[in-house]
Design a protein. Structure first.
Lengths: 237, 301
């Protein structure tokens, strides 16, 4: 199967500080892959590097296309949706406006409305709050809004940066359930960065473990889940 | 009573001009975090363009619309060519560039059209309106045109996809990129719109203050005052601030004139109008540092 996203020898820098030294992975179309690692391992940096939000070096190919020289907004228009750390909702805009802005690249109003209805199908809670200002939503609802907005981009690949962060466990379970549905029903491939290794390994089919800017382990999640080092360092038993 | 109404009307007309220029300032501030010190001179240059178009035979409103469109394009070009390389430059560098832009606009206007003061026509016929001779036709026209322009801008930002994209780009450029908005172009458009709004203000006020390269200098100060009073990050506040400053400065001058008439003592009058405006600014910022409608930004440490 052709790789959807192929990353080789990825290096990334924040100013003079190097954060990624040699990251490589392959994401097949249709799957859910997770990037695990401790704080500071470089997981968020990897997602940012894919979208050219930090200075980077190395090879990144999406559907065969080289992303090296593309600005962030052009990469997004290739249908990669990035849900960043901290959700990134436009807090002074309403739920409706947040969803509408993601459809900005789509001119057809009828299609946009149909998209919105499909998205509300996954997140009925957002439909109830459609005119509410995004900044007043609860953490879980903001995360749902961020994912819903990413869905509006009709992505082939969704990058999620710590979607469980700061959320109540029940909400996290609900969101992860919805992510699985999105992957299966919308055929959206997912690259998930998570600190909650147990949840991530349950959802994902493949896993990569990062340590200080390098990939130290990779494989199907079943294998990674049962690896002794992973169990001790990230799963707590 | 009549003089009071006249002063009020004049205050509203002046306030409308301040509101426009203040709005242009705030639009650029909100999207770039920079204060465009050259806003007034750009507006003045636009007014000269409209004067030139009329000198070539075009009617007032045709020249008005053309000058506004040309200003829009010039604003976009200035952002793309001069300011784009400065996106990550230190603040002081950007300030210097703005001051340079100010000087260039002023000198070019003087060089092309000379520093001689020119008369500027009013498109509002003397006979048409003029409520019992209290509020002049031009003043009423200025307020009307300003309100129309401001309403159009409001509708644009609130209801159109492009307006939404520009708001997103101003609020959170990184996130706007992540939903596919071409943020760099949004900034250029913001500059174009600000230049266009400034042009409207310049063309409207030229009849009152007469056309010369230095006509907008004082108005720019009033506009800064208005923007600060309203809360520097708030476009609606800038508009309200403009009207407040315009009316207040005239009311204080009126009160001073009344005092002088009744007691013969000159405490304050027309000569201190600018002082009054700046005192208002100091007062508002002392009592409400974020401006009347500004939001206090609390940062989590």
């Amino acid at each position: 199967m052709l790789s959807l996203l192929e990353v080789k020898g990825l290096k990334a820098y924040y100013g003079q500080t190097q954060a990624l030294y040699d990251v490589g992975f392959d994401i097949a179309e249709g799957g859910i892959t997770t990037l695990l690692g401790a704080n500071g391992a470089g997981k968020t940096t990897t997602l940012r590097a894919i979208c050219n939000m930090v200075r980077r070096d190395g090879s990144i190919r999406f559907g065969g296309k080289d992303l090296a020289a593309m600005p962030t907004e052009e990469i997004v228009r290739l249908r990669i949706a990035h849900v960043p750390e901290g959700r990134g909702t436009f807090t002074t805009m309403t739920v409706e406006e947040n969803l509408r802005i993601a459809a900005y690249t789509n001119r057809d109003k009828g299609v946009v409305a149909a998209e919105r209805d499909r998205v509300f199908g996954y997140f009925p809670r957002l439909k109830e709050r459609i005119q509410q200002q995004a900044g007043t939503l609860s953490g879980g609802e903001q995360q749902m809004l961020a994912i819903a907005r990413a869905l509006m981009l009709k992505p082939r690949l969704m990058l999620l940066d710590e979607p469980s962060f700061g959320l109540a466990p029940l909400i996290v379970v609900e969101i992860f359930r919805i992510l699985r549905r999105i992957n299966e029903e919308e055929k959206v491939s997912i690259l998930l960065v998570e600190q909650n290794a147990a949840l991530a390994l349950d959802l994902a089919t493949h896993a990569y473990v990062l340590e200080t800017g390098r990939v130290v382990m990779s494989g199907p999640s079943e294998v990674v889940k049962n690896d002794e080092n992973v169990r001790k360092s990230y799963l707590g038993y | 009573m009549e003089q009071f109404l006249q002063q009020l009307a004049s205050g509203l007309a002046n306030g409308a001009i301040y509101a426009c220029v203040a709005l242009a300032l705030v639009m650029i501030y909100v999207s770039t975090d920079h204060l465009n010190f050259a806003q007034g001179e750009m507006a003045m240059f636009s007014t000269y363009i409209s004067w030139q178009l009329m000198a070539w035979g075009l009617s007032f409103w045709v020249a008005f619309i053309l000058a506004v469109l040309i200003s829009f394009v010039l604003g976009v070009l200035i952002e793309r060519i001069i300011l784009r390389p400065l996106h990550n430059a230190p603040v002081l560098s950007v300030v210097v560039v703005f001051i340079g832009l100010l000087a260039i606009c002023n000198s070019m206007a003087g060089a092309i059209w000379s520093y001689l003061i020119k008369e500027f026509p009013s498109p509002f016929p003397k006979s048409a309106f003029g409520i019992a001779g209290v509020i002049g036709p031009h003043q009423l026209g200025v307020v009307l045109v300003t309100l129309i322009v401001l309403t159009l801008l409001f509708l644009f930002f609130r209801f159109t996809p492009l307006g939404l994209a520009m708001r997103a780009a101003a609020q959170n450029p990184q996130m706007a990129r992540l939903v596919g908005v071409r943020v760099d172009w949004m900034l250029a458009l913001g500059w174009g719109l600000a230049a266009a709004v400034g042009a409207v203000a310049g063309i409207m006020v030229a009849h009152i203050v007469y056309l010369d390269p230095n006509m907008m200098a004082g108005i720019l100060l009033y506009a800064f005052a208005s923007a600060l009073v309203g809360g520097i990050g708030n476009p609606g506040g800038a508009v309200v601030g403009g009207f407040i400053v315009g009316v207040l400065e005239n009311m204080v001058a009126y009160a001073g004139n009344m005092i002088e008439k009744t007691t013969g003592v000159y405490i304050i009058g027309n000569g201190e109008k600018l002082t009054v405006a700046l005192v208002i600014v100091i007062f508002v910022l002392t009592v409400k540092p974020a401006g009347l409608f500004g939001r206090v930004v609390v940062k989590r440490v």
